[in-house]
Design a protein around this ligand. Structure first.
Ligand SMILES: NC(=O)c1ccc[n+]([C@@H]2O[C@H](COP(=O)([O-])OP(=O)(O)OC[C@H]3O[C@@H](n4cnc5c(N)ncnc54)[C@H](O)[C@@H]3O)[C@@H](O)[C@H]2O)c1
Length: 391
């Protein structure tokens, strides 16, 4: 809600500015972490939690007196737009909700991926620019100074000439993950693009962080994308994938990911050069620089929370760490994933089923960790490697 204050009479101190009002939309799932951060910031006086919205408002933590509760964003905005809306709702709702928030005069922290299609992205970007609002995309690794550090080391020639970029992630998602919400694991739902695959949702950070390290975040920085998508789980979207992304500068980014690993491995982004390699462990803000003949150099970096950064940008006009326009390159990859050939099922016999507590089931794709490592080393897709489960 915008507030106006009269100038203080001469000789008296100006009243402290009211903290910005913030609404959190989508308060279960990942949105709960946004709500908890907003509650902590409210308690510290850095913002005022004006409202929450979600069709499911049961089991919420205690909210400050005066925090409004709504079942949808439309109602929330009709009762008064806050300064900032945090959106952590299903992917296919992002474009419409962000558009409504921006048109009502709010700045937005929008969860990743920002939109489900390239057309929605272009339209939302135009809406944000026309309204003169701010839209920060929730790629939290882009809040880390590690990204800038890697770029600087590469620019300083620490690895010689760059020969390529890569990104990898071996994570574990079980049946319960795909059963938690109707949209989970879908490419499409009810005639809408949903784009909930490994490359576009859980390990989207690997793609976005790699593009940031490569300085290729804008749509025009990505000139082509080849995808090679598989699913081990009974889902429509991909859970085990490679993609080769062609960058305007002539380099390539090879991405290899799976959600069917034996155990969670630390995902990373790497820059390969003629005389070394730099690896960014983007969830840890840790960088490892390896140059032959020298011990690895490990550095750890700080991270700015993206809502804090958005509030600072509002107050001081500083540039956002993850502005919507910088998701253009990522969105080209997303568009290739959702419009390209459908993910192919991995046949029975190539994966192991694991019975888990509560009737849950895990699926381990045998040897997938080695397949990811080989794909990166050979700069090849899983199919190009001729792995038996791709045939
Ligand atoms: N940045 C990260 O690390 C990270 C991690 C997980 C998820 N996410 C992103 O967060 C978003 C939400 O994912 P999730 O896994 O929490 O989804 P979810 O389906 O588990 O939860 C979504 C929440 O939004 C609510 N909701 C649904 N439609 C709504 C609407 N129209 N208006 C208001 N609320 C609505 C649901 O009731 C639910 O509470 C996605 O964009 C996802 O990619 C980001």
């Amino acid at each position: 809600m915008s507030t106006t204050t009269s100038p203080a009479p001469a000789g008296t101190a100006a009243p402290p500015a009211a903290p910005p009002s913030v609404a959190v939309v989508g308060v279960n799932g990942h949105g709960r972490s946004h709500l908890e951060r907003a509650l902590a910031a409210d308690a510290a006086g850095r913002l005022r939690l004006a409202a929450v919205a979600d069709p499911r408002l049961e089991d919420l933590p205690d909210l400050p007196a005066g925090t409004r509760r709504h079942h949808d964003l439309g109602d929330l905005l009709r009762d008064g737009a806050p300064d900032v809306v945090v959106l952590s709702t299903p992917i296919h709702t992002h474009a419409a909700l962000a558009t409504a928030a921006v048109r009502a005069g709010a700045d937005v922290l929008l969860e990743k991926p920002p939109t489900a299609t390239a057309a929605e992205f272009t339209e939302l970007n135009a809406t944000v620019e026309a309204a003169g609002r701010l839209c920060q995309v929730g790629f939290q690794s882009l809040g880390s100074t590690a990204v800038q550090h890697v770029r600087q080391r590469v620019a300083d020639g620490r690895v010689g000439e760059v020969t390529g970029y890569s990104a990898a992630g071996c994570w574990v998602r079980t049946r319960a993950y795909y059963q938690r919400a109707r949209w989970a694991g879908h490419r499409h739902l009810d005639g809408r693009v949903v784009a909930d695959g490994a490359l576009t949702n859980p390990l989207a950070h690997a793609v976005a962080s790699a593009l940031a390290v490569a300085g290729a975040q804008r749509a025009e920085d990505v000139t082509g994308v080849e995808t090679d998508l598989f699913h081990v789980h009974d889902i429509e979207a991909d859970d085990t994938s490679t993609a080769r992304v062609h960058l305007a500068g002539g380099h390539e980014l090879l991405v290899a990911v799976t959600l069917c690993a034996a155990e969670r491995g630390e995902p990373f982004v790497a820059v390969e050069g003629t005389s070394g390699r730099i690896t960014l462990y983007y969830t840890l803000d840790t960088v490892v620089e390896e140059v032959p003949g020298r011990p690895p150099l490990v550095t750890r970096h700080g991270r700015t929370d993206l809502l804090t950064d958005l509030l600072a940008a509002r107050a001081h006009g500083t540039p956002l760490l993850s502005p919507l326009a910088d998701s253009g390159g990522f969105t080209r990859v997303l568009e290739a994933v959702v419009t390209g050939p459908a993910p192919r099922p991995v046949a029975e016999g190539f994966f192991e089923r694991l019975e888990l507590p509560g009737g849950d089931e895990g699926r381990r794709l045998t040897g997938v960790e080695e397949a990811v490592a080989t794909a990166l080393r050979e700069r090849s897709t899983f199919s190009e490697l001729g792995l038996p489960w791709t045939r």
